[in-house]
Design a protein around this ligand. Structure first.
Ligand code: ADP
Ligand code: DP6
Ligand code: CO
Length: 352
């Protein structure tokens, strides 16, 4: 009798907010970056994607993806690359063990939900593709390591490779033409620096005007400044950031985080036509952080902005009142924003 069973698996994945930013592709097809990057993975009890992957001979004939209840186009090369890589791994398993059900050839039905704004500069593509890849890997019962899954998730969205790990995570750009060494690695676990906190300021949940994917390609094509960033600025920041994390040196961590964010947004402005991701509330958040640090006489808070107006402010737990209190005090007078204090996600608890 034909197998009409529905096979399914679910997972969650966290977002990660980069402190050394990825903004440029050297190979858009394989999604290989112009530079290495480094991020902090944020607790998925606050921000997360939840994804269920199912397959059955009763589905189809097309693969489908429902994101926050609306059907998505899965025919794009990036989603297709993820499906293809995962199916190839499942086929190899099936070839080596004849008793396994033949899942690789069945249509996939993916249902995903983000509990935070999608496409608003809060790394939805990171959590989204990390969850998509791991949900299918779980469905296919693949023995793949997080490193192997990060190589696949990178092809869905670059920043997604870093969401396969908790703690402090580098995406090493790699040197191989096929992208086999362009993967994420854990620089330090969350437990290494347990006092680290992030304040997420949602000032706008609106979809960004220019997607990360197209924005960074226009930057690479038109910005002279970005060449200097890739060759000189980022390598220096990667080294300083890794050392700051190893030494739990918040002043350096904070300084590099802020200079990095500014450098990334400067290349956006140097793009032609220019791309503006920050708005007036973003600028008020920068000023609030500057005030906090001036008052403290040292860097105790660090802002960073991805491709959107929403701020993430890193600080240590002992400074919660000084930082979260002051930011809320300054922005409290402005309408339409929301703040959330979150911890760093532990790797072991991600797929538990
Ligand atoms: P963000 O700053 O939120 O990462 P991007 O422009 O990088 O914004 O990517 C947004 C796109 O990522 C969405 O339009 C969608 O195509 C994809 N995406 C977001 N969440 C998910 C998800 N849970 N599953 C699959 N794809 C997702
Ligand atoms: C500013 O990973 O969303 O958040 O690979 O095209 O999907 P694609 O881009 P994406 O870019 C993220 C850009 C960033 C910086 C970062 O996360 O490193
Ligand atoms: Co993204």
């Amino acid at each position: 009798m034909a197998d009409t069973k529905v096979y399914q698996a679910s997972t969650t994945a966290p977002v990660n907010i980069a402190v050394v930013k990825y903004w440029g592709k050297r190979d858009p097809k394989l999604n290989l970056p112009t530079n290495s990057s480094l991020s902090v993975t944020l607790s998925q009890s606050d921000l997360r994607t939840h994804t269920t992957a199912a397959c059955s001979s009763t589905f189809g004939p097309e693969d489908t993806l429902l994101l926050n209840s609306s059907p998505q186009d899965v025919s794009g090369a990036r989603t297709q690359a993820c499906f293809r890589e995962l199916r190839t791994l499942r086929s190899a398993l099936e070839a080596s063990n004849a008793s396994l059900p033949k899942l690789a050839s069945l249509p996939l039905r993916i249902v995903s939900e983000n509990n935070f704004p999608t496409a608003a500069g809060l790394a939805s593509s990171a959590a989204g593709f990390a969850a998509l890849v791991r949900a299918i890997a779980n469905l296919y019962e693949l023995p793949s390591s997080p490193t192997e899954l990060s190589r696949i998730a990178r092809q869905g969205s670059g920043s997604a490779c870093r969401s396969l790990f908790g703690g402090y995570v580098a995406w090493e750009m790699g040197a191989n033409e096929d992208g086999s060494d362009s993967v994420a690695v854990e620089v330090a676990p969350a437990s290494h620096w347990p006092t680290m906190r992030a304040l997420i300021l949602v000032v706008s949940a609106e979809k960004k005007g220019v997607s990360s994917t197209s924005g960074m390609q226009i930057t690479v094509a038109t910005s002279e400044l970005s060449k200097h960033r890739f060759a000189v600025v980022v390598p220096k920041h990667m080294e300083a950031m890794k050392k700051a994390i190893q030494e739990k040196d918040f002043e350096t961590f904070g300084k590099v985080t802020m200079v990095e964010s500014n450098s990334f947004h400067a290349t956006c402005l140097d793009t032609f036509p220019p791309i503006f991701y920050m708005n007036d509330v973003s600028k008020a958040a920068i000023r609030a952080v500057e005030d906090i640090n001036t008052r403290a006489g040292k860097i105790i808070a660090a802002y960073t902005f991805d491709a959107g107006p929403n701020a993430v402010i890193y600080y240590e737990e002992e400074n919660t009142d000084a930082v979260a209190g002051a930011v809320k005090g300054v922005l409290g007078e402005l309408d339409g924003w929301e703040g959330k204090e979150v911890k760093v996600q532990d790797t072991k608890a991600i797929d538990a």
